[in-house]
Design a protein around this ligand. Structure first.
Ligand code: ZN
Length: 673
């Protein structure tokens, strides 16, 4: 059996670009088959975790010579179960309409995490993997084992038993704290009441139509993205934008303040037990950046590179504000998007509302599918009556030369109790010949209700391309020999590069003309409009870079010092003042709803690190013909298909033919190109 898998793996590694896998995966049923109720779902998770535990016991008791067959294979099987049960419970917790189901998923997710933590501290497994003879193994397998052993050490497997016990308890507690932090954010949707339609002046007509006044004439808006972002960008009423900003930046406040303090304190304790000076040092040890000091240096380098350009952009915002208010001395946080929009209209002759009619959700979705199909040599097929968690969810199959190679779900519009951001969820990672990868895009885009054409902002179009970049990475990497070599196991600070790079396609006139047609006239979006849009929308990029560094510094600073010195209000305020010209909004505490402070903890710098790499990767494409499959296939095979089977720096070098650098990013910062 192990020989057969080995042979299949070797065959795949040597295969030319478009060769299909030799055998259909064994596990290929849609994960939600039978559309289970809460009790059935719970039993399914329990059964699978029991299988994982039995496999773990067998692996631990194994005596004699350690081989791939008797040690690495069962280890990877356990990971496969944890991967799928973890992915499914995370997704269901984020999206299921029934709160009873979400409660079951939340508890199940804790059990999955508990077993994963236990495994990560199991000395017997570590010793078994350490004893593997790898002389005859392929390079990917050797890399996998070496990386796994390093991660075991980072998890504390080599500490004494009492310390391991405390680590285990802390990790379990951190899962609970993190869940509490997210729950507060999801559940705290605030209402912003508008006295009359007059206060919505400036907002697009379809937005106003979608928010009719109640019997008393007042209109209720919420802090959900489809309400909040148009208000920030378009509302002429400064008072409305301010009220929305204050409501938005106070979500989960005060509930999350103590939760965040506990999160920081427990992580600091855990890092100390593991021999690190701070959680920030611990959390960066297995990243490309390598240490908290390097992350800090990176933040300063980026901040410095964007300082002058951001200063010029800010001066322009202030000058524009002074035309309405000659005494103005500052630009406030709730004014930035609105003023940028005014400058785009007046100086760049670009009005965001002009492009919305071209971006009806159904057409954009189709367009993204077509672009991905052409670039990556895959086709998509919609499933009829798929087993899904909500009737609005679509299921799609991905095929390569007629063979099923992956499946994904599109859950694209807001719903009560549903995750509030846009994200790609990997439901389960694939394994060559064994398991079909599945993933889901969870977004909160306009549309999805009868009569609403679903007109999207260009920003939403970018989001869709971005999330599709994650999706392609996960699905295309789904045919490695081991589940542990999946795309998400790559160094975390490069994880955004494939998604950020695919955003470039959302700016290209020829690409957009292929699908962005006026929802009434059917005319394709004019190239001249796209070019003006790009110039206009690139205005403010340096301020955005600085804002990102404020977030990155906040994230790092909360975790790079003793917790007693990590006052979240003062660090939030200091990072805002250091990197942005917009004064902190009095009475707000946006750290309380900054979900990444749980998931990303100290390494929010990741987004910028990935962006530097994404800009460099994009330099490997022909900007004059972004739909040329040539470079796209090379990129697919060099960067996406390998998953995490080699260090990220080596994969990048494999595509670019040289190590990555700052030049392309710097050029973009200076020229917008
Ligand atoms: Zn992303």
């Amino acid at each position: 059996m192990s020989f057969a898998i080995l042979a299949a793996g070797a065959l795949l590694a040597a295969a030319p670009p478009d060769t299909v896998p030799p055998a259909p995966p064994i596990e290929s049923r849609p994960f939600w088959s039978g559309t289970p109720d809460a009790a059935t779902f719970d039993r399914g998770v329990t059964r699978r975790l029991e299988t994982a535990r039995r496999t773990l016991d067998r692996l631990a008791r194994q005596t004699g010579r350690r081989t791939l067959a008797n040690t690495l294979r069962p280890y990877d099987q356990i990971l496969r179960i944890l991967d799928a049960t973890g992915g499914e419970t995370s997704l269901i917790l984020a999206v299921h309409p029934d709160s009873g189901m979400r409660t079951v998923a939340e508890a199940a997710k804790r059990r999955v995490s508990a077993l994963a933590t236990e495994l990560s501290l199991d000395r017997r497994v570590y010793d078994g993997l350490s004893a593997l003879e790898l002389d005859d193994a392929d390079p990917q397998t050797r890399f996998y084992v070496e990386r796994t052993l390093r991660d075991f050490r980072l998890n504390g497997v080599d500490r004494d038993e009492a310390t391991r016990g405390r680590i285990l308890a802390l990790r379990d507690e951190l899962v609970l704290i993190g869940q509490e932090f997210s729950r507060h954010i999801v559940n705290d949707v605030r209402r912003v009441v508008v006295d009359s339609a007059g206060e919505l002046t400036g907002l697009p007509a379809d937005f106003v139509a979608a928010h009719p006044p109640g019997p008393d004439g007042s209109i209720v808006l919420t802090t959900d993205y489809p309400d909040a972002f148009p208000v920030f960008t378009y509302a002429r009423s400064d008072a409305l934008r301010r009220r929305m900003r204050e409501a938005f930046d106070n979500r989960a406040y005060p509930a999350n303040m103590a939760v965040l303090d506990r999160l920081i304190a427990r992580r600091a304790e855990l890092a100390g037990l593991l021999g690190f000076a701070s959680w920030a040092d611990y959390a960066t040890a297995n990243k490309m950046v390598g240490s908290a000091a390097n992350a800090s240096e990176f933040i300063e380098r980026v901040a410095e590179a964007s300082r002058d350009a951001a200063g010029r952009e800010h001066a322009r915002l202030l000058a524009r504000k002074r035309r309405d208010d000659s005494a103005a001395a500052v630009v406030n946080r709730w004014e930035r998007s609105y003023l940028e929009e005014q400058i785009r209209r007046e100086d760049f002759r670009f009005d965001s509302r002009d492009v919305r009619p071209y971006f009806a959700y159904p057409a954009v979705k189709q367009g993204v599918l077509e672009v991905a199909s052409r670039l990556f040599g895959v086709t998509f097929r919609r499933m009829h009556n798929p087993p899904v968690w909500h009737p609005s969810v679509e299921a799609w199959e991905m095929l390569q030369q007629g063979t099923l190679v992956g499946r994904f779900y599109l859950d694209m519009h807001p719903r009560e109790g549903k995750y509030k951001h846009a994200a790609q969820f990997d439901i389960r990672n694939g394994v060559a010949g064994v398991r079909l990868p599945e993933a889901a895009l969870i977004c909160n885009l306009p549309g999805g209700t009868p009569g609403d054409p679903g007109l999207m902002e260009h920003e939403d179009v970018i989001t869709l391309f971005h999330e599709f970049g994650h999706l392609m990475h996960n699905l295309l990497a789904g045919r490695q020999r081991w589940v542990g070599l999946n795309a998400n196991a790559i160094e975390w600070d490069v994880i955004e590069a494939p998604s950020q790079m695919l955003e470039e396609w959302a700016w290209d006139p020829a690409v957009l003309a292929g699908f962005a047609r006026h929802h009434e006239s059917g005319q394709p979006i004019p190239a001249e409009l796209v070019r003006r849009m790009k110039q206009a929308r690139e205005f403010g990029r340096a301020l955005t870079v600085r804002q990102q560094m404020a977030y990155a510094r906040l994230s790092l600073s909360l975790y790079d010092r003793p917790p007693a010195e990590a006052n979240t209000d003062s660090i939030t305020e200091a990072s805002t003042r250091t990197y942005t010209p917009f004064p902190p909004v009095p009475g707000t505490h946006y750290q309380a709803s900054f979900g990444h402070l749980d998931g990303y903890s100290a390494y929010y710098y990741t987004y910028m690190w990935s962006q530097v790499i994404a800009k460099d990767l994009f330099s490997g494409f022909d900007r004059a013909d972004l739909l040329d499959p040539g470079p796209a296939r090379r990129y697919r095979d060099a960067m996406l298909v390998p998953g995490s089977s080699a260090p990220a720096a080596r994969l990048i070098e494999g595509f670019l033919g040289r190590p990555f650098g700052f030049d392309a990013w710097q050029r973009w910062l200076e020229t917008g190109e």
